[in-house]
Design a protein around this ligand. Structure first.
Ligand code: F6P
Length: 319
């Protein structure tokens, strides 16, 4: 019998996390279940930093970026004694189950807790879109909008100055933000984990485009793959373009969530609570086509991510 559930956000924050907190809270309250907000992810859970969430606590949240609960990364949550401590804290506060909103690290914590008898449901919240078991994560759409807006602006100034703009986007080890941004902005070159990086090929292609009369170029690069400053220097010395670097950085994680992210977060939050009410634990929710689905987290984490080959093919065809 579930009387009280907890909700936490963990890992890198993502726009739409607040909408998910709101959906979890209001779905649970509508079912007569109390809700505790756990501050700063698993860190706050272990330390017992909790707040009561009422309907009014989650008012005016749909449009707010970040997470009102705060987020943190706690690598120590891999250790059994830390998980045991978290369980004791939950039991002492009579919290029967929790919804965790975050990425794959967050999901692993949810499995550990479920294995110790506290049912947890994972909700995918990260701008990276790198979580298996869902077509889209909460925050991806908003981050993509931010990136596209920035690249549209960069194109203006690059074309005035005969430059090649090298734009580094987030994604951790996932190229989804880059490929969607590339298709949305008509970038000239992409460098992602899927394309790999061949510096000579990138430089040669830019030199070729410049010779063909292009007055600017946009190169979108997934973070953690390339020394973008070094690449820009090579572009300047070996092509007719001046190379310039823009690292979009944490700006991609902020801002008011798009309607798509708000709706996705609301649907996933509702589903997570429904699963808890059915006695399910260790599952994650996701979207498959437009349906909200769920599966065991262990299964999701072992699934290959859907290939974006068609997107790369289209990019090459339209460039
Ligand atoms: O996972 C989200 C993310 O923004 C990644 O894209 C990025 O690599 C990482 O978090 C940055 O982490 P931090 O905010 O700890 O610097």
């Amino acid at each position: 019998m579930i009387r009280k559930i907890g909700v936490l956000t963990s890992g890198g924050d993502a726009p739409g996390m607040n909408a998910a907190i709101r959906a979890v809270t209001r779905t649970a309250l509508s079912n007569g279940i109390e809700v505790t907000g756990i501050l700063d992810g698993y860190k706050g859970l272990v330390e017992g930093r909790f707040i009561d969430l009422k309907r009014s606590s989650v008012s005016n949240l749909l449009n707010r970026g970040g997470t009102i609960l705060g987020s943190a990364r706690l690598p120590e949550f891999k250790n059994d004694e830390v998980v045991v401590k978290a369980c004791e804290t939950l039991q002492a506060n009579e919290i029967d189950a929790i919804c965790v909103i975050g990425g794959d690290g967050t999901y692993r914590g949810a499995v550990s807790l479920t294995n110790k008898g506290i049912n947890c449901i994972g909700i995918p919240g990260t701008i990276d879109n790198d979580i298996p078991g869902t077509d889209f994560t909460i925050g991806f759409d908003t981050a993509l909008h931010t990136i596209v807006d920035c690249i549209d602006k960069l194109r203006d100034t690059s074309s005035s100055h005969h430059r090649a703009s090298i734009v580094e986007v987030m994604g951790n080890r996932c190229g989804d933000l880059a490929i969607y941004a590339g298709l949305s902005t008509g970038a000239e070159i992409l460098v992602t984990p899927e394309t790999g990086f061949d510096e000579d090929a990138v430089v040669e292609k830019l030199a070729y485009l410049e010779r063909q009369g292009k007055n600017h170029a946009i190169v979108i690069v997934t973070e953690k793959l390339v020394d973008v400053n070094n690449l820009a220097s090579k572009v300047t010395s070996k092509t007719g373009f001046a190379g310039r670097v823009t690292v979009l950085g944490h700006i991609q994680r902020g801002g008011s969530p798009t309607p798509n992210d708000r709706v996705l977060a609301s649907r996933m939050g509702e589903k997570a609570v429904d699963l808890i009410l059915q006695g399910v634990g260790g599952h994650c929710v996701g979207v498959d086509d437009s349906a909200i689905v769920h599966m065991p987290i262990d299964e999701a984490l072992n699934m290959p991510r859907e290939s974006k080959k068609d997107f790369y093919r289209l990019f090459e065809r339209l460039v």
